[in-house]
Design a protein around this ligand. Structure first.
Ligand code: IPE
Ligand code: IPE
Ligand code: MG
Length: 246
C-alpha cells in the first residue's frame, strides 16, 4: 500500500482534478439504491480533501455535478442537491481546520436556491483561508463554459474593448470559470470509465491522466497517494524531447 512518505514533496502536481464516478454501481453491487452510493461518496470526498490538504496540493477540483446530470431522475437530482447542502454545512469545520478555501465553477445560478445560498455562504466564510483551494464543479459543463466565454469575448469585440487579432490563450483563459486556477496537472477518474464527460476540456490540454477501476465510495487515501506517485514517475515533455528537459 502506498503511504504518504512515498510522495516526493518537490514534484507535486499543483492542480489535481477528479471525476468522482461509480457511486451508483457501487450501491447496486450491494443490492442498494443509488442514493446509498452517493451518501458514501460524500465520505470519500471528506477523506480525499483532507489527504490532499495534508500532501500540500494547492488546487483540488472535484467534478460534483455536470450539466448533463440534470437529465437524471428528479428524485436522484433532489437527493444530490440535498447532500450538497448538508455536506457544505457539515464540512465548514473541516475547511477551517485544514485552512481550505472553497470555490465553485459552473452555472451555479442554476442550482436550487438553498444550495446556491449555502455555497455562497461557505465560500464567503472560507475566503480568508490561505491553504488549498477546493473547487467544486457544479452544474458544470466544459462546452457550456466555452460557449459563454465565446459570447463574452464576442461582445467585447463588438464594443471595441478587444481587437480580434489580440485574442490569445490568456484572453480565453480569463473568460473561463477557471480564470483563477492554473492548468490541471493530474486528472483522476474512478470507476473504470475512460472518458472525460465534458470536464475541463481546455484546462486538461497537458494534464496527466490516471484511471482506476475503483468505485468512488471505495477510493481511499492510499489510492490518491498511488495516483500522485504515478504522476511523479512520468516525464512531462510538453512537446519537447527528453534530452531537452535535462
Ligand atoms: C458519480 O457516480 C456521481 C455523480 C455523477 C453525481 P454516478 O452516480 O455516476 O455512479 P455510476 O457511474 O452510475 O455508477
Ligand atoms: C461525470 O460522471 C460527472 C460527475 C462525476 C459529476 P457521469 O457518471 O455523469 O458521466 P457519464 O455520463 O457516465 O459519462
Ligand atoms: Mg457515473
Amino acid at each position: 500500500m502506498e503511504t504518504l512518505e512515498d510522495i516526493v514533496a518537490q514534484n507535486l502536481p499543483k492542480h489535481v482534478a477528479i471525476i468522482m464516478d461509480g457511486n451508483g454501481r457501487w450501491a447496486k453491487q450491494q443490492g442498494k439504491r443509488r442514493v446509498f452510493g452517493h451518501e458514501h461518496g460524500v465520505k470519500t470526498v471528506r477523506r480525499v480533501v483532507e489527504q490532499c490538504a495534508k500532501i500540500n496540493i494547492e488546487y483540488l477540483t472535484l467534478y460534483t455535478f455536470s450539466t448533463e446530470n440534470w437529465k437524471r431522475p428528479k428524485l436522484e437530482v433532489q437527493t444530490l442537491m440535498r447532500l450538497l447542502v448538508s455536506s457544505l454545512k457539515k464540512e465548514l469545520k473541516t475547511f477551517h481546520k485544514n485552512n481550505i478555501k472553497l470555490n465553485a465553477i459552473g452555472n451555479i445560478s442554476a442550482l436550487p436556491a438553498k444550495a446556491y445560498k449555502e455555497l455562497q455562504e461557505v465560500m464567503e466564510k472560507t475566503s480568508g483561508n490561505t491553504g488549498m483551494t477546493l473547487t467544486l464543479a457544479l452544474s458544470y459543463g466544459s462546452r457550456e463554459e466555452l460557449q459563454s466565454a465565446v459570447t463574452a469575448i464576442a461582445t467585447k469585440v463588438k464594443n471595441n474593448i478587444i481587437l480580434p487579432e489580440n485574442i490569445d490563450e490568456t484572453i480565453i483563459n480569463n473568460h473561463l470559470y477557471t480564470r483563477n486556477l492554473p492548468d490541471v496537472d493530474l486528472l483522476i477518474r474512478t470507476s473504470g470509465e475512460h472518458r472525460i464527460s465534458n470536464f475541463l476540456l481546455w484546462q486538461i490540454a497537458y494534464a496527466e491522466l490516471f484511471f482506476t477501476d475503483v468505485f468512488w465510495p471505495d477510493f481511499k487515501e492510499h489510492h490518491l497517494v498511488e495516483a500522485v506517485k504515478n504522476y511523479q514517475n512520468r516525464e512531462r515533455r510538453f512537446g519537447k524531447t527528453s534530452e531537452q528537459l535535462t
